[in-house]
Design a protein around this ligand. Structure first.
Ligand code: FES
Length: 254
C-alpha cells in the first residue's frame, strides 16, 4: 500500500499541462549558481593572484588585512564576501530563482512540486527564512562595497599623474556599471527613493519622482542586471587572476 502511494506521488512530481520547456530556466539557474558558487569558493580559499599593479579583484575589495586573521592564514576575501553574498542571497529575484531551482517549491508556475516540498514553510517569519528580511541592511552595506569598487576603477585608471586605460580597467568599469544597475534596481532602493512619498504630483516631490522613475526602469530588468553583474564579477576576478600571472594581458592601451 505504501509502495503504491509513493509511486503515485512520484508520478505527480513535475506534472503539468504546460507544453513549453518550463524546466529549462530552473535548470540553468541551478547550474549557473553552482558554477559561480564553486568558482567563488575556490577563489576565496586560494588567497592568491587577487592583486596586480593597480588592479584589485572585486572578490577581495576592500582588502582588509587583520593581523589575527592573517596569523590563521585565512583569506581576506571571507571578511568581505558575506556582504555581496548576503545581498544576493536575500534579493527578491534570486529568492524566486533558487526557491524554484533548488527547493522546487514549485519548480515553475503550474508545475506540481515534489510531495512534501515546502511543507514546513510558513512565510519568511521563522528561522532561517526570517533572515531574508535583512535584505535592506545588506543593500546599505553593499552600497558601501560598491562605492569602494568604483574607487578601485579610478585607482586602476588614474596613476603616475596621468590617465591610463587597459583591457582590464575597462572590464572593471563595465563590472561596476553592471553592479550599479543591479543595486540601483533593488526593491529596497526603490522604496528608499520613493517609498515614503505621499504626494507624487506635488511640485516639491519632482526630483524624488524622477529618481523613483529611474530606479523603477532599472527594477523592470532586475533579473538581467542580476545575472550580467554576477557574471561580470566572476569574469573580472578571473581577468585579474590571469593578468597577475601574465602581465601582458593588462598592458595599458595608452
Ligand atoms: S531586490 Fe534584488 S537586489 Fe534588492
Amino acid at each position: 500500500m505504501q509502495q503504491t502511494q509513493s509511486a503515485t506521488s512520484a508520478a505527480h512530481t513535475g506534472m503539468t499541462t504546460r507544453k513549453d520547456m518550463w524546466w529549462l530556466e530552473p535548470a540553468l539557474v541551478a547550474i549557473g549558481f553552482a558554477c559561480f558558487g564553486a568558482y567563488g569558493t575556490f577563489r576565496a580559499f586560494e588567497n592568491n593572484y587577487y592583486e596586480f599593479a593597480h588592479y584589485l579583484s572585486p572578490f577581495y575589495s576592500p582588502k582588509i588585512l587583520l593581523p589575527f586573521w592573517q596569523s590563521m592564514h585565512m583569506s581576506p576575501a571571507w571578511l568581505i564576501l558575506w556582504i555581496p553574498g548576503g545581498f544576493r542571497a536575500t534579493c527578491y529575484y534570486y529568492r524566486k530563482a533558487y526557491y524554484r531551482a533548488y527547493f522546487l517549491t514549485p519548480p515553475a508556475c503550474a508545475v506540481t512540486p515534489p510531495v512534501g516540498a515546502g511543507s514546513g514553510y510558513c512565510g519568511e517569519t521563522k528561522f532561517p527564512f526570517v533572515m531574508q528580511n535583512m535584505h535592506r541592511y545588506f543593500f546599505y552595506l553593499a552600497g558601501v562595497v560598491l562605492a569602494i569598487l568604483w574607487y578601485d576603477v579610478f585607482a586602476a585608471m588614474f596613476y603616475d599623474g596621468g590617465f591610463h586605460l587597459s583591457g582590464l580597467s575597462l572590464f572593471m568599469l563595465l563590472n561596476v556599471v553592471l553592479l550599479s544597475g543591479y543595486s540601483g534596481g533593488c526593491h529596497a532602493c526603490r522604496h528608499l527613493v520613493g517609498g515614503r512619498l505621499d504626494c507624487f504630483s506635488c511640485p516639491s516631490a519632482k526630483p524624488q519622482l524622477s529618481a523613483w522613475k529611474f530606479v523603477t526602469k532599472l527594477n523592470e530588468h532586475h533579473m538581467a542586471w542580476a545575472w550580467f553583474s554576477l557574471f561580470s564579477v566572476g569574469l573580472t576576478d578571473f581577468y585579474v587572476r590571469c593578468a597577475s600571472q601574465n602581465p601582458a594581458l593588462a598592458l595599458p592601451l595608452f
